[in-house]
Design a protein around this ligand. Structure first.
Ligand SMILES: C[S@@+](CC[C@H](N)C(=O)[O-])C[C@H]1O[C@@H](n2cnc3c(N)ncnc32)[C@H](O)[C@@H]1O
Length: 435
């Protein structure tokens, strides 16, 4: 038996870890530990791509497996998914290698009896892929977005209802694109940062609708970019939350769900002092690392704390970047679409209400509360804010013009949509406590 490449072995292990409940980025870190940089990048593309297109791949495999994909052993199905992704999307992999390596992989996974099945299905996929039809986009929009669009049905149905079929299609397409790399410079202007990056032979361009962000155009240069300028890696939608918050210079800010710290760092670039708290001890370490990397340990104090019982005196401004379903960041976290359920949505809205009530207690009279999520779902966004406002007379939405008009809606909320802006989604509400 030939040995599959280490990248493919790591990819299969990462998929198994995700099945056990790990997040894809952590599963990949563990499985691809020790791989050389190129092999690791290749493995990441294979794993993330397989999650991104899992719905499409499963539909195709389902047309070729005699009893459907549900009947397959989970390891065998994962081997088939990885093989199918290589055949469909990785032009650098010759089809014979995608097939024969998958056969070796399923043997190595301890299911040698499935070698013939894997060989047959993948050979068939390669031969018949152009002839397998998907549900018609017009006649069966949800069917099309579920299969070709590779999203779970409950999400596409709610998005079709909310945004209409065309925008739902655009959203699904945006989620299926590979995310670009963005940074937010800290303590230097974006123009100065772009010039320093150019001197380090890294091309970076401004993002029209997000004035604090730079898109890095030179591939594979994230760590070089961070070595060349003080910055955090951050999607422009997240950078916009900080701009929209428009916290007065010198203010004391509490960030109650702060890890890994991108927004805390943005807030510290202007505010007086930021206290960054998070429930997760592991994740909160990343806030400390980020602050240390740019020499801002003195601006950001880091605390492990439950935001429902915040150990703080009232401050000028509080950011609650709440835990959420993350439906605005599915292109960056492609396993997220298969993980999140309608039950999670219900549980998260309860947690968001509790966190909002506790965050409000931490705002001094006349101070600011910024509530934000990276969800697209109204229940986690407008509905939470409006229920908070109804229960807390005197509080009001106090939007400024700090964020560009195209990302502010009529109610004064920040509203960034992947299908409109082509980046992550984000929502924020800037609320003022009565004096
Ligand atoms: C959307 S993330 C925050 C991202 C962060 N603001 C940033 O910009 O890097 C939500 C965070 O909420 C934290 N969290 C979840 N439940 C919490 C709770 N009860 N109290 C405080 N933090 C909580 C999670 O650990 C997670 O780090």
């Amino acid at each position: 038996m030939a040995t599959p490449t280490v990248g493919r072995q790591a990819a299969l292990e990462a998929l198994a870890r995700v099945r056990e409940g790990e997040l894809a980025d952590r599963a990949l870190d563990a499985a691809a530990h020790g791989l050389e940089a190129r092999e690791r990048a290749w493995t990441q593309e294979l794993v993330y791509g397989t999650f991104r297109l899992r719905g499409r791949i499963d539909y195709l495999l389902g047309r070729l497996a005699r009893d459907g994909v549900e009947s397959l052993d989970p390891d065998v199905l994962d081997v088939l998914r990885l093989g199918a992704y290589q055949l469909l999307e990785m032009g650098s992999v010759p089809p014979y290698a995608a097939v024969s390596q998958s056969v070796d992989l399923v043997r190595m996974a301890g299911v040698p009896r499935a070698a013939g099945l894997v060989n047959g299905i993948l050979q068939n996929l390669q031969r018949r892929r152009e002839h397998i039809s998907f549900p018609d986009a017009r006649a069966d929009g949800a069917g099309y977005l579920t299969t070709w669009g590779s999203h779970p049905r409950w999400l596409v149905e709610r998005w079709m209802e909310r945004f209409g079929p065309e925008q739902a299609l655009a959203l699904v397409e945006a989620n299926n694109r590979r995310p670009e790399l963005f940074i937010r410079p800290l303590g230097v202007s974006v123009d100065e940062a772009a010039a320093r990056l150019r001197a380090a032979e890294i091309e970076a361009v401004r993002v029209g609708w997000s004035p604090d962000s730079l898109r890095i155009e030179t591939p594979g240069t994230a760590s070089e970019a961070l070595a060349a300028v003080p910055a955090v890696v951050q999607d422009p939608a997240a950078a916009l939350v900080v701009r929209y918050a428009d916290v007065p210079a010198g203010a004391t800010v509490l960030d109650l769900a702060a890890a890994p710290g991108g927004k805390a760092m943005g807030l510290a670039d202007g505010a007086g002092r930021v206290a960054a708290a998070d429930l997760s001890r592991r994740r909160v370490r990343r806030v400390t690392e980020n602050a240390r990397r740019v020499g801002w340990d003195d601006r950001i104090g880091v605390v492990v704390a439950d935001g429902r019982m915040p150990p703080f005196r009232p401050a000028d401004a509080v950011l609650l970047d709440a835990p959420c379903t993350g439906t605005g960041t599915l292109r960056r976290h492609p396993d997220g679409r298969w993980r999140v359920t309608p039950d999670d949505l219900a549980a998260l809205t309860r947690l968001q209400d509790e966190l909002l009530a506790a965050a409000a207690e931490c705002v001094r009279p006349g101070g600011l509360l910024i509530y934000s999520t990276c969800s697209l779902e109204r229940e986690e966004n407008e509905v939470r804010v409006e229920s908070f406002l109804a229960a807390n007379p005197g509080w009001r939405v106090d939007a400024t013009e700090a964020a560009p008009a195209e990302v502010r809606d009529a109610a004064g909320y920040l509203c960034v949509l992947p299908q409109a802006q082509g980046a992550d989604g984000a929502f924020a509400a800037r609320l003022r406590r009565p004096a």
